[in-house]
Design a protein around this ligand. Sequence first.
Ligand SMILES: [Zn+2]
Ligand SMILES: [Zn+2]
Length: 348
Amino acid sequence: MKGILESTSHGLYCVPGDFHIDPHLPVKRAVVTHAHSDHARWGCKKYLATQSCERLLRLRMSPDAEFRFFPYGETLIVNGVRISFHPAGHILGSAQIRLEYGGHVVLITGDYKLGSDPTCASWEPIRCHSMISESTFGLPIYRWPSQEAVFDSINRWWRECRDEGKCCLLYGYAIGKSQRLLAGLDPSIGKIYCHGAVEKGNDAYRLSGVTLPETTYVGSIRQKYDWRGSLVVAVPSVHGTPWVKKFGRCSTAMASGWMAVRGTRRRRSVDRGFVLSDHVDWPSLLQAIEACTPETVWLTHGYTAPVARYLIENGRDAKVLDLRGRNEGDEDATDEDIEQTTGEIPTT
Ligand SMILES: [Zn+2]
Ligand SMILES: [Zn+2]
């Protein structure tokens, strides 16, 4: 990437700017795409991120870390490198990072998705010479249904469970996925409760100006309670633990891009699977690359080699970007991973 970026043991490093992007180990200066723990690592000295990321980042980081927040689209020059953040459409405050140095533009997409999401700013195409894109769901089998259809089926499931006198347990990642789920629920069906980690995320979203339906923290209900007809949004890690016993007769469901694969739902032993992802699917990955017109695409996460091969066969220069220093088990551990727990956020 014309001497602008290199892959180091701590993650992507901007050589002339002397800063890391989404480092996987603590560094002096970290420019972060968003607040998920696989991107914004604990323990860096200084963080640079978008303004709308502030509440979520402060929720997770040490109070003595130094932060600098920037609005989308504004340019900051560090050692001659022009840095700007642009909406990634992934979660609240998520950004693509544009770096310009010596006339060469590099775009780091971070996690991103196309299309609208009422809980965050929509992805914008940025023209660049080099594009570093994630490819978590980079296979043609991954095609997301319309989110209207997904929310219709989630609300239908809730209504049916209510009529059968059951409680609904809906699992999603605490930050981002849960709030997107909440924004799509029909609160006229019943009351909505949230797991502690989800409720903390809700607070950060509301304080950032995102409208969510009314929710109640599960832990605030002390006495014996009738949960029939309610919907509880919780992190996947509580599935099958004593925490869920109190809800009585339940129907369980998971919302994740992985639900597009037959068999995943059964393996996770949930009753329903809803295909809802905050990452690009196959068609939108190709659409994003077209729109950003890169000379070279660098692929990280997931199906890097098959995507690179496909792009090359279709006349585009593409390479796999080997992010050195990522831990073994980390390789596929995106926020979309249904195994992932809640990071540093207390889970009670
Ligand atoms: Zn993420
Ligand atoms: Zn991620």
